[in-house]
Design a protein around this ligand. Sequence first.
Ligand SMILES: Cc1cc2nc3c(=O)[nH]c(=O)nc-3n(C[C@H](O)[C@H](O)[C@H](O)COP(=O)(O)OP(=O)(O)OC[C@H]3O[C@@H](n4cnc5c(N)ncnc54)[C@H](O)[C@@H]3O)c2cc1C
Ligand code: SF4
Length: 511
Amino acid sequence: MTKKKRLVLILGDQLDLQGSALRGFDRETDEIFMIESAEEAQYVWTHKAKIALFLSAMRHFAQVLEADGYPLHYLKASSLSITEALRAYLLEKQIKYLVCTEPGEWRLKQSLKALAKELAIEIEMREDEHFFCTHHIFDEWAKDKKELRLEYFYRLMRKKHNILLDENGEPEGGQWNFDQDNRKPYPKKGPGMIDGPLSFETDQITSEVLEYVGEAYESHPGSLAHFNWPVTRQQALEALNYFVTYRLQNFGTFQDAMWTDTPFGWHSMLSSSLNLKLLNPREVIAAVIDGWRQHGFDLSAVEGFVRQILGWREFVRGMYYLDMPKMAEDNYYEHDRALPNWYWTGETDMACMKDAVRQTMKYGYAHHIQRLMVTGNFALLAEVLPSEVCAWYLAVYVDAIEWVELPNTAGMALFANGGRFTSKPYVASGAYIKRMSNYCSSCKYKPDVRFGEMACPVTTLYWNFLIKHRAQFDASPRTRLMTVNLNKISVEDQQAIQAHAQVVLNNLDRL
Ligand SMILES: Cc1cc2nc3c(=O)[nH]c(=O)nc-3n(C[C@H](O)[C@H](O)[C@H](O)COP(=O)(O)OP(=O)(O)OC[C@H]3O[C@@H](n4cnc5c(N)ncnc54)[C@H](O)[C@@H]3O)c2cc1C
Ligand code: SF4
């Protein structure tokens, strides 16, 4: 009996020879299909560095596949969408069987299923095994919970995968969470010397990609001048090793700290490698725990890091598949303002926003607290339409893929789902930014001034937000202290805050 030919689709964020799509691949009958689709770079106005990262990593992966003798159909710089190109190829070759790993975007998952139906072919969509938690396990965990909270999910993952547990199955160090030892600001004099990220040589493939993206996507946001992301598995492994050796020890302590012109702090910069599947989270966690045992780092640094990968990363993915497509449409506060233009340029007098946006445009990177408490906090307080904010995050960060971007932006930063998996909106005034950074010292605005010419827009909008949503903040013990503080502000001053907030909201582009 002749074997049926299968087409194996590998997407730009599935670059692993061990990936589930390649399991059982028959080199005699099967073929791999990869495509650089312009649509993927255009449906949000994607940062040049993100496009370059995907294309360079894909071309390097294609080179590995070819060197290994895999039959590969690779479409370079195609103007077709992924499904259009697939449709044409499946029809041309009369292939009736499509294999793939589940895409990280709900939109693409639906369109692949629809294509298979339209062509009356079989589609085998395999589980993405780059995660600790399967959809089934997440859904089982979530189904009888009144509240979906990271902390309990994280403990389950620690137990299930025997990570950072002592011989009695109890958490290493006697507690699950070391947050009180972490998350400090930098010393008053600044962060001191922090070595920059590891540098990677720009080989011929990357040079060609940079040249191509610079021309073909000239009008897109961001710069290519500082492109330095791992584009091969080897480079990603080097980046992991570098992080464990030189940065991990201070990761936890300064996880939330911000400082002008310090774009990377002690962060790992591993998210793009993890999300493109150049690295597996299992090996990342193993390397970090190994480093802790070998070098005697503080448990707090290591637990803080493990929590991000085994906790947050897995949790938001579970939430994404549980709540899509509703997650993309939720707008709890019914916000409808446009995203200020300076989110694309950094041209604002607000020092915190300027630094976060400029480094984003320079590298395609900002660390978590910049994303959550600077640009995210402001977008929420400024009442920006969630879908506009989400499109911005998806466009400008090199690690942005919808399964991780959307729950973080809509769910965590914007509270657009009304607190489905967070206990309160993450809102803060300029006082928080002042405490965690040096931004305010060089800013035109003053973080503790609530209204008037010198007032910090973050502070004005924060109090305005609390006044507007007083009942919501009053109702929860976790946020009541915020309204207690609000009640200490005189009625006249509250009115002045509201009046000034209207001026700020009407002039968001001119801050
Ligand atoms: C509004 C907003 C949007 C975000 N969008 C993305 C995104 O598109 N892609 C993305 O990978 N992360 C996103 N994050 C999470 C986090 O900000 C980034 O993972 C992190 O900044 C990447 O830098 P790093 O690798 O240096 O991380 P580190 O600070 O070194 O953290 C280590 C790793 O933990 C994981 N991690 C940490 N926090 C989270 C989180 N909240 N959710 C999921 N994984 C986490 C990442 O894989 C990261 O590489 C977003 C966060 C917010 C608040
Ligand atoms: S004063 Fe306000 S706007 Fe300026 S840096 Fe501080 S928080 Fe940001």
